[in-house]
Design a protein around this ligand. Structure first.
Ligand code: C5P
Length: 222
């Protein structure tokens, strides 16, 4: 059986980026955000990806899939979790399912092997980074309260799920309202293990993130 397969969520509009095309189709040196993300996954052993893309959107050119990776495109839904569910229905049998944001093009070496090992042992695993900044509640322009940040982590993708756990999560995608897949694993009774995330695995969200991603992509472009 295949070891790693992936759902890639690429169906968002990316309103906060203000780009003329949906975010996953924004070009960096060496390809679009989506193509960089697919390449990062393939380099670490993902051989199949189901990619959720914006409904009705015609990319200006066909998506270039990395060598050795089989991929299918499917229309996404209104929420990220709807996109993930649409793509999840197309996955082949595999020991571990990864769910990844196309908007995170860079993964640290060795990440997928660590995630897969933890997911196989414990059911689910996520990359997480301790929050480095002070957290405050801001109301009406005033910082009214400081939040205790001990234990607070920033959680990234890919998130990894053993196949039986992922299958148990699927019926919950319609019922819950979540911002990541790990929240569904938690609700299904499988609190994810945290492995070390990376500052390079930031999500391209605002124009400054895109500037950074372009610099990093240029550095590693062939
Ligand atoms: O908007 P945001 O960057 O937080 O979305 C995270 C990822 O989820 C992006 O890669 C985006 O393309 C994807 N997404 C999706 N379907 C949606 C909304 C977001 O696949 N309806």
């Amino acid at each position: 059986m295949m070891e790693l397969c992936a759902v890639v969520a690429a169906a968002g509009g990316g309103e906060r980026l203000g780009a003329p095309v949906p975010k996953a189709f924004v070009e960096l040196p060496g390809g679009t955000l989506l193509e960089h993300s697919l390449r990062s996954l393939a380099q670490q052993g993902v051989s199949f990806a189901a990619v959720a893309v914006p409904p009705g959107f015609q990319p200006p050119r066909p998506v270039a899939f990395p060598p050795g990776m089989e991929a299918v495109l499917v229309e996404g839904g209104p929420r990220r979790q709807d996109s993930v569910l649409n793509a999840a229905r197309l996955l082949p049998p595999a020991r571990v399912v990864l769910v990844h944001d196309a908007a995170r093009p860079f993964l640290r070496p060795g990440l997928l092997a660590e995630l897969a090992a933890e997911a196989l042992r414990h059911g689910a695993a996520v990359p997480a980074l301790p929050c480095p900044d002070t957290l405050k509640i801001v109301e009406g322009g005033a910082a009214v309260r400081t939040v205790d940040r001990s234990g607070v982590h920033l959680v990234q993708t890919p998130q990894a799920f053993r196949r039986d756990v992922f299958d148990a999560m699927l019926p919950l995608y319609d019922r819950l309202h979540v911002t990541d897949d790990a929240a569904i694993a938690e609700a299904a009774g499988f609190p994810p293990r945290a492995v070390e995330g990376s500052p390079f695995t930031f999500k391209v969200t605002r124009p400054a993130d895109l500037e950074l991603a372009r610099i990093l992509a240029a550095r590693s472009a062939p």
